[in-house]
Design a protein around this ligand. Structure first.
Ligand code: APR
Length: 249
């Protein structure tokens, strides 16, 4: 089935051709067409089935580390079973054609890097990375089959996924670079995110307050929709390749 053709306003096309500094913020919606579940989709979203307070918080890990470890191990396997989609690859193409392109992602699935994106800021960490909960030592190897949560070879602390849990601070270097990029861009894309989780959800407004044009690409309206300069509603895997073709084709 062919993609639903999109109509891009000519002034947006010429603006994108003339803009050296682009930023894209992505969320779970970008990976949906790869077969990964989003978080807040009413039926299929992870948070419709699982309680974030029971699985994605330091308190949950304190309470039941094995439950949390196993849940992320399950998600890590799910990620290993999928591939980037055309939306991911279109963002790689944009990076090749624009002098300053920054990709800020809330996704922990590593699919942007897998697709070939270079300048990626990971606001919420990366599920492929594992570190010690106590001494922060990263490790490439761990025993996933044991009855208990694997332990750090340096301090014997519990290992955990290197993702940001609810109530935890974002990695300072990634967040600072994201804010700087948002405040100095010409066009800010918000793609496949519900725009309800802070501080990521404030980046579009930080860009807008500095005069950037905000473009939202999302399957549904979000709190950003009424504030965006351009809204293209639909699937990012269908829209982004057409946008690349229309602007830089
Ligand atoms: N193309 C474009 N948008 C899509 C698609 C698609 N194929 N499929 C779903 N969407 C949209 C949904 O309409 C929704 O608005 O993507 C958005 C996904 O929103 P969430 O599930 O809330 O995911 P996200 O915004 O990334 O969540 C932010 O919350 O749970 C935490 O840490 C987690 O990084 C995550 C953060």
């Amino acid at each position: 089935m062919s993609d639903r053709p999109i109509e891009l306003p000519l002034e947006l096309v010429s603006l994108l051709r003339a803009s050296p500094r682009l930023v894209a913020l992505t969320g779970a919606g970008v990976s949906q067409e790869s077969g990964l579940r989003t978080f807040r989709d009413a039926q299929t979203g992870l948070w419709a089935q699982y309680k974030p307070t029971e699985l994605a918080s330091p308190e949950a890990f304190q309470r039941d580390p094995k439950l949390v470890w196993d849940w992320y191990a399950w998600r890590r396997e799910a990620v290993k079973g999928v591939r980037p989609n055309r939306g991911h690859y279109a963002l790689v193409e944009i990076e090749k054609r624009v002098s300053h392109f920054t990709l800020i992602t809330q996704n922990v699935d590593n699919l942007h890097r897998f697709a070939g994106s270079q300048n990626v800021l990971e606001l919420h960490g990366n599920i492929q990375r594992v570190r010690c909960a106590d001494c922060y030592t990263f490790t490439e190897t761990w025993d996933d089959d044991s009855e208990s949560v694997p332990r750090c070879k340096v301090c014997d602390g519990l290992l955990r996924p290197d993702v940001v849990w609810f109530g935890e601070s974002l990695p300072r270097d990634q967040l600072e670079a994201a804010v700087t990029a948002a405040r100095s861009c010409d066009v800010f894309f918000s793609i496949g995110t519900s725009g309800v989780v802070q501080p990521a959800a404030s980046l579009a407004f930080a860009a807008r307050n500095r005069g950037a044009v905000v473009v939202e690409i999302n399957a549904e309206p979000t709190p950003l929709t009424p504030k965006a300069d351009y809204v293209v509603q639909g699937k990012s895997g269908e829209i982004l390749p057409q946008l690349v073709e229309a602007v830089w084709g």
